[in-house]
Design a protein around this ligand. Sequence first.
Ligand SMILES: C[S@@+](CC[C@H](N)C(=O)[O-])C[C@H]1O[C@@H](n2cnc3c(N)ncnc32)[C@H](O)[C@@H]1O
Length: 269
Amino acid sequence: MHTLSEDTFRRITALMHGAVGLSFNESKKPLVSSRLGPRLQRLGLDSFEAYFDLISRPDDGGEFQMAVDLLTTNETYFFREPAHFDLLERELTATKPASVAVWSAASSFGDEAYSTAMLLADLQSQGRIGSGWSILGTDISDRVLRSAIEATYPEERLRNVSPQRMRRYCLRGEGLSEGMAQVSPELRRRVKFGQLNLCRPIEKLGPFDVVFLRNVLIYFDAPTKVAVVDRVLAELRTGGLFFIGTAEGRVPCRTQLQTLAPGAFRKLA
Ligand SMILES: C[S@@+](CC[C@H](N)C(=O)[O-])C[C@H]1O[C@@H](n2cnc3c(N)ncnc32)[C@H](O)[C@@H]1O
């Protein structure tokens, strides 16, 4: 077992904070050590210092990205916090828009983006919205984005998807793929994914009608949270809907918002 010294812990976390905004206070030292330790072993490195040298080199062969992947938690599942999807359905039904542009701004494996796609496809087929809807999922992690494009999930992750939607929008695996399900090609075509670091300036992406920024602010320190939320909200049109995780408390931002429900807001200006 390698020992992570205070000094190297600080250098690794400063690198992560500077480059991707991730914040780790002193209490996270065991977590950083346990997440990166096995990687050192696999690479045959003899110390965390050697690992820091590797990930801080410009020609690191992708190891910095690997460290980001190991240090972030990508947990997600379909229709997480279902009240947000119910609210979205009510809002869209009330306004019957011809088009809806949605951004899942820390999409992880794509569960949130495809859940929204299922809802919008249903609303379209019921004539409650027009056909011009689109969904963009972005994340900092390459690994989760590759998996999101493939859109194959253990059925456990789809536990909140109704049987009707499972039939309509998912292909269930058989034989060796038993217990897995893939989102249908028709739905996959409506959802695009791309890499985006929320802690860097955003090239014009929007305006979006709906933005999900759920369960990602937890990684950032207070000033970074404000910067990220304001940056993301600049891509949401006035009157658009904004969602954060219900456990994430008050929205730290300067943009004016109206609270609609826990973790759900409308942009006022
Ligand atoms: C816990 S998942 C949230 C997934 C989904 N939004 C949900 O609520 O189920 C958090 C995601 O944020 C991503 N993330 C962390 N820091 C990021 C950054 N600086 N820019 C973009 N994505 C980031 C992680 O890679 C991870 O996939």
